[in-house]
Design a protein around this ligand. Structure first.
Ligand code: AMP
Ligand code: MG
Length: 267
């Protein structure tokens, strides 16, 4: 999965990243579905181990353009995983109370505790994305946030948090199809927001903001992955594989019991 990891200090050019790429899993959709089922099972076991060991913390950040597939990724990659061990934190437009604090205040409250996996559906990155594109804060403020974010994530990493950040990369044609599907299918109407069409007009500005954010904040302690996401099955496999491989590398162990199980007889 290294091919999708953004090397610290490198400059990302999203126009050079193919959202249709399927080079890591050339098998196709059907085989991909099977591979995802296997990943789901491994993730379920690893999550249980993480919870039992009660040492590591895992933070997964999901960012994407509208219709990029954040919700679908969470649903499919974590299918079958014990809901008690995984928490999703969604970041919406900040409340007045949140706006009265610094941008990391609401984020800090949601970071994972020991034994926990937390998925950020949007994140502190909105504060250098939508905020930048819409000028919701002055440039001299948001432009400092890249450093703030790197320091913040460094603190989390130094305290035992493993951080993975995914940008689900679709192209503007794919977004059109997905928005259209939300209009065509009555069961998807609730997902359609007319405001999304206004955001769509700002596509190039968002891409520029993403390129800056990803380039400036892909670090050894909190790497970004640019995931080809036009194909949903492929996107799920890439995200699932990165998470499973990362968890495996943590070399977790079930804790030793504080008693001798063979010496205990239950009447
Ligand atoms: P959704 O994820 O579709 O429910 O939409 C959430 C909305 O909240 C998106 O339009 C985000 O851009 C917006 N949002 C999230 N975080 C922020 C933020 N820090 N400042 C302004 N808007 C935000
Ligand atoms: Mg939306």
């Amino acid at each position: 999965m290294d091919r999708y990891r953004v090397k610290p200090g490198s400059r990302v050019d999203l126009s050079q990243q193919d959202p249709n790429d399927k080079s890591a899993f050339p098998g196709g959709k059907r085989e991909g579905r099977q591979q995802l089922l296997e990943l789901n099972q491994r993730l379920e076991e690893l999550q249980e181990l993480l919870y039992a060991e009660h040492k590591q913390k895992v933070l997964i950040v999901l960012q994407a353009m509208d219709t990029g597939g954040k919700d679908g990724t969470i649903r499919h990659v974590f299918e079958g995983v014990n809901p008690q061990g995984v928490r999703v934190a969604s970041f919406k437009k900040p409340t007045p109370e949140e706006l009265d604090h610094d941008f990391l205040w609401r984020v800090y409250k949601q970071v994972p505790a020991r034994g926990e996996i937390v998925i950020f559906n949007r994140s502190h990155y909105e504060d250098v994305l939508v905020v930048r594109v819409h000028g919701l804060a002055p440039k001299d403020l948001w432009s400092k946030r890249y450093d703030h974010i790197n320091d913040f994530e460094r603190i989390l990493a130094d305290q035992g948090t493993t951080i993975l950040k995914f940008f689900l990369h679709i192209d503007i044609h794919e977004q059109k199809e997905r928005l259209q599907a939300r209009l065509d299918e009555p069961k998807k109407h609730w997902k359609f927001n007319p405001q999304d069409l206004e955001e769509r007009k700002l596509w190039p500005k968002y891409i520029a903001a993403y390129e800056d954010a990803i380039s400036k904040t892909s670090t050894d302690w909190a790497p970004w992955y640019v995931v080809p996401a036009n194909r949903k099955w492929y996107r799920n496999l890439v995200v699932g594989t990165v998470i499973v491989e990362t968890l495996q590398a943590l070399n977790m162990r079930y804790p030793e019991p504080g008693f001798d199980p063979t010496a205990i007889h239950i009447e």
